[in-house]
Design a protein around this ligand. Structure first.
Ligand code: IZC
Ligand code: ZN
Length: 435
């Protein structure tokens, strides 16, 4: 082992799920814990990790360019947030009063508010505005320990504005240290101009938007809001199969509020993931298990909508042996928070997931929900050196001591980008002040 670019020492507790594959059912509890650990990094990849004693013996003749000591803190794989609506204009605090007076999320949408309000704000915003707003959110996520984030379009609902959102996400991926993985979600709502003509809007999605998104390589996944009053199962099938034909892997907002059959559809078409699932049926969950669909649960959303019902994480893990992932669902309507750590707390409180299951759900299972289990989501030799350094003595402390940020530092692709709770990395591409 001749050269090491960065040696991370003083790790009080290194915690990681093993391997590259989604961790299903009881495997979610099995995490590796190494006390008094170090991680050796070369060219952005992990080349060795283990107890200080073992690894330092191995590195006895190595030339070590830089060593950092994390002061006994806990280190996990960089956290992965596999479901967000990152790029959008405006905010929706003006709907808070309506929500508090008992008007439902879907009723606000049916009245032309909700998603359609954000569509209007996104239309009015320049690319620069969208970039700046999303950039602030990305910094927030990074400071909370996230190293890879998914970003959906779906506040354009016209060819031009969908492309505008996706191009901003691409630009952010090129410049911000976080990795941004794009999903095309033209089927997020039926735009006002197509009210009562949803099938004509779907024609536009499949005939014009999908070909262009695929041609410009602006997304890896295609998602649909399959929900009562939004897109039906049949409409969702049409969009997702067409997306698949263009090389975009299907994701689906399924059975969030009504048991429409979105989970069943996810199994039928071989979706990579199905999201929300509060109202998923047993048949739907069995179909997902049979076809290897990853459930992405979003407890921040049910919490913020004030729902008493929660996704059946225990059944998913214990009965259906599914590989549960967690995400923020960061969006300006149902879940305006960037904090994956709040989601961890809610997964403990409302989904009854254990600390080990929660870290697995936020790392390797989330990575697999983005088709990146071979590169990120666990600390293993050959994988990207994405690490989160936490001011917490153990995993249980994360959901236990809630409402604060536990992240002390972040290493992304072998570079220290957050240290002492501050972003220290320079960005590529755009100069500071040029935004
Ligand atoms: O803007 O309300 N659920 N889409 C489906 C969302 C929430 C985002 C929003
Ligand atoms: Zn969503």
């Amino acid at each position: 082992m001749e050269r090491i670019d960065l040696l991370v020492t003083g790790i009080g507790r290194l915690v990681t799920p093993p391997g590259d594959d989604p961790r299903c059912g009881q495997q979610m509890k099995e995490v590796h814990v190494i006390m008094d650990a170090v991680v050796a990094i070369r060219e952005g990849r992990i080349v060795a990790f283990g107890t200080a004693k073992d690894v330092l013996d191995l590195l006895i003749d190595a030339e070590i360019a830089e060593t950092i000591d994390v002061g006994g803190r806990m280190v996990t794989p960089g956290l992965v947030d596999p479901h967000t609506h990152l790029v959008h204009g405006g905010s929706r605090e003006h709907e808070l009063g309506m929500k508090r007076s008992g008007i439902s999320y879907l009723d606000i949408l049916a009245q032309g508010g909700g998603i359609l309000s954000t569509v209007q704000s996104t239309h009015m915003a320049s690319e620069q505005d969208l970039y700046d707003k999303a950039h602030r959110s990305l910094n927030e996520m990074l400071l909370h320990g996230v190293t890879t984030v998914e970003a959906k379009s779906g506040y354009g609902l016209s060819l031009e504005d969908e492309l505008k959102q996706l191009r901003v996400a691409k630009q952010l991926n090129d410049t911000h240290p976080l990795d941004i993985v794009s999903t095309f979600m033209g089927a997020h709502a039926v735009p006002l101009a197509y009210k009562g003509r949803a099938d004509e809007y779907i024609d536009l999605i499949v005939d014009e938007m999908l070909p262009k998104v695929a041609e410009e390589k602006l997304a890896e996944f295609c998602d649909v809001f399959c929900e009562q009053g939004v897109f039906s199962v049949e409409q969702s099938r049409r969009i997702l199969l067409k997306g698949k034909a263009y090389g975009l892997l299907p994701k689906i907002h399924a059975d969030e509020i009504e048991s429409l059959g979105g989970a069943e559809l996810a199994g039928e078409i071989g979706a990579i993931s199905a999201e929300h699932l509060l109202a998923a049926t047993d048949i739907g969950l069995a179909a997902m298990a049979k076809h290897g669909v990853i459930p992405v649960l979003l407890p921040g959303t049910s919490f913020n909508l004030g729902l008493v019902k929660h996704a059946r994480a225990r059944d998913m893990i214990d009965t259906y042996e599914l590989p549960v992932a967690l995400a923020t669902d960061y969006n300006p309507g149902s879940c305006p928070t960037e904090s994956i750590q709040l989601v961890m707390m809610l997964a403990s409180l409302n989904l009854k997931m254990t600390p080990e299951e929660i870290i697995t759900a936020c790392t390797i299972n989330a990575a697999n929900a983005l088709g990146r289990g071979d590169r990120i989501g666990s600390i293993a030799v050959g994988k990207c050196a994405d690490l989160t350094i936490l001011d917490a003595p153990n995993l249980a402390y994360l959901p236990y001591h809630f409402g604060i940020n536990h992240t002390f530092g972040v290493i992304k692709d072998g570079n220290v980008i957050v240290w002492d709770r501050t972003i220290v990395a320079k960005e590529s591409g755009r100069e500071e002040g040029a935004r």
